[in-house]
Design a protein around this ligand. Structure first.
Ligand SMILES: Cc1cc2nc3c(=O)[nH]c(=O)nc-3n(C[C@H](O)[C@H](O)[C@H](O)COP(=O)(O)OP(=O)(O)OC[C@H]3O[C@@H](n4cnc5c(N)ncnc54)[C@H](O)[C@@H]3O)c2cc1C
Length: 388
């Protein structure tokens, strides 16, 4: 039986590990030889962590868990012939797990911005640009995020990484003794950005903006980004020397080109078992999957791992015909520690409850601890805490 896992991110790695635990031979294909731990990459621009420390080498993981690793760029998912075409080879499969993440909505002039949710090396580019501005000693920094009107779940972590970067940058510049020389503005096209983390979380954001002396600019559609400004639909402009913008999520072109069932955004429609509708041998997990019937939910690494667990469990129980199954819907929730450089906020949202607890100082170390735990547990250097 030939099982392929596509993608070496949160979803792909956890799927390959779980399938190995069930005793299957698995091959993981990814375009880079490392997993990029996005949640801790927010500290690269403010020089609190190195790029190298944000990586988990796939060949090291292979040694620990025993799955095969192929580093190739996938160019076509050919479900009709059960094969994956890459820049170097064609790989046949009997069962397929797609964990390729997502793309971003294009806005005119996006090349004038940088995103902490883009390709990994963007984090280093942001760091360099920020340091250049700090050397100059003054400037306007704008940080924002957008959504995708076709899919309310498509904003990464409900904008959490944009808030994290924003507050970390403010804290970083304050530590340089230059906070009064910079204007830092948070912008978003929606009237109430962050509200999807929960009503309470949104109300408390005002306190954060005040504490970090951040100006806000909400509720105006973005027309385009230029080299030194954000231009809104009403032709007003926000001056910006460094624009950091996380565009709304969009389906990947190589997935849009397939005949797999998709929502309007290009995310693949799956059932609660994480299996593609009408395709018995294909599972889609993580950011690439459409989360339907739960509009408050968000794309998260945590949910990607839940989906990896659910899909592999259902796959294994189908193979052994046990009749057992699990649903990822029951496990959907938002849980995150939103870091601000010198503290954090603990955010939880489920269909029934919303919690946001400010955690000064200790929250920052909690998130740092999570990054350490994630690497150590994946490398089998410590036990896994159930559910993490
Ligand atoms: C800055 C930031 C902070 C975040 N903070 C948190 C947090 O605190 N908590 C949380 O739970 N989530 C957080 N998230 C969200 C989380 O990182 C994502 O939801 C998660 O990465 C999704 O995992 P994935 O495996 O589906 O996709 P990805 O992690 O994007 O992985 C996709 C994989 O597919 C590979 N790939 C893509 N296209 C191809 C191709 N054509 N050929 C070969 N390989 C390909 C990529 O190289 C990558 O290995 C954060 C995200 C960002 C960007």
């Amino acid at each position: 039986m030939k099982i392929l896992v596509l993608g070496g991110g949160f979803a792909g790695i956890e799927t390959a590990i779980k399938l190995r635990k069930y005793g299957y031979e698995v091959t993981l294909i990814s375009e880079r030889d490392y997993m990029f731990i996005y949640p801790i990459s927010i500290w690269i621009p403010v020089s609190k962590i190195s790029f190298e420390d944000t990586k988990l080498n796939l060949f090291e993981l292979q040694k620990k868990h025993g799955f095969n690793v192929i580093i190739e760029k996938i160019t076509k998912i050919d479900t009709n012939n059960q094969q994956i075409i890459t820049d170097k080879n064609t790989h046949k499969y009997d069962y397929l797990f797609i964990a390729l993440g997502m793309s971003k909505v294009h806005i005119k002039g996006l090349e004038n911005t940088h995103s902490i949710c883009g390709k990994p090396d963007e984090a280093t580019i942001i760091k360099d640009k920020l340091n250049q501005l700090v050397e100059k000693g003054t400037g306007n920094i704008t940080v924002g995020f957008g959504g995708n009107p076709n899919d309310p779940t498509a904003t990464t972590m409900r904008g959490g990484p944009a808030f994290e970067l924003l507050f970390n940058i403010s804290h970083f510049i304050k530590n340089k003794g230059l906070r009064d020389k910079f204007i830092i503005t948070f912008f978003a096209p929606m009237a109430e950005p962050g509200k999807r983390m929960g009503k309470k979380a949104f109300q408390k954001m005002g306190g954060f903006f005040e504490r970090y002396h951040v100006k806000t600019h909400f509720g105006k559609k973005i027309k385009e980004f230029t080299k030194d400004a954000i231009v809104f639909a009403d032709e007003t402009k926000l001056k910006s020397d460094l624009t950091l913008y996380i565009s709304g999520g969009d389906g990947l072109p190589i997935i849009k080109e397939t005949s797999l069932p998709q929502n309007e955004t290009g995310f693949v429609k799956i059932n609660e078992l994480c299996r593609v509708e009408n395709e018995d041998n294909i599972y889609v997990i993580g950011d690439a999957a459409a989360i339907r019937n739960h509009p408050w939910a968000a794309k998260q690494g945590h949910i990607a791992e839940v989906m990896a667990d659910v899909s592999t469990y259902n796959f294994h129980n189908m193979i052994i015909a046990s009749g057992k199954r699990k649903s990822y819907w029951e496990k959907l929730h938002i849980i995150c520690v939103m870091d601000s450089g010198d503290g954090a906020a603990f955010v939880v949202r489920t269909s029934k409850k919303e919690i946001m607890i400010p955690l000064p100082i200790v929250g920052h170390w909690l998130k740092k601890g999570w990054g350490w735990y994630y690497k150590q547990s994946k490398m089998k250097r410590m036990f896994r805490i159930p559910g993490m």
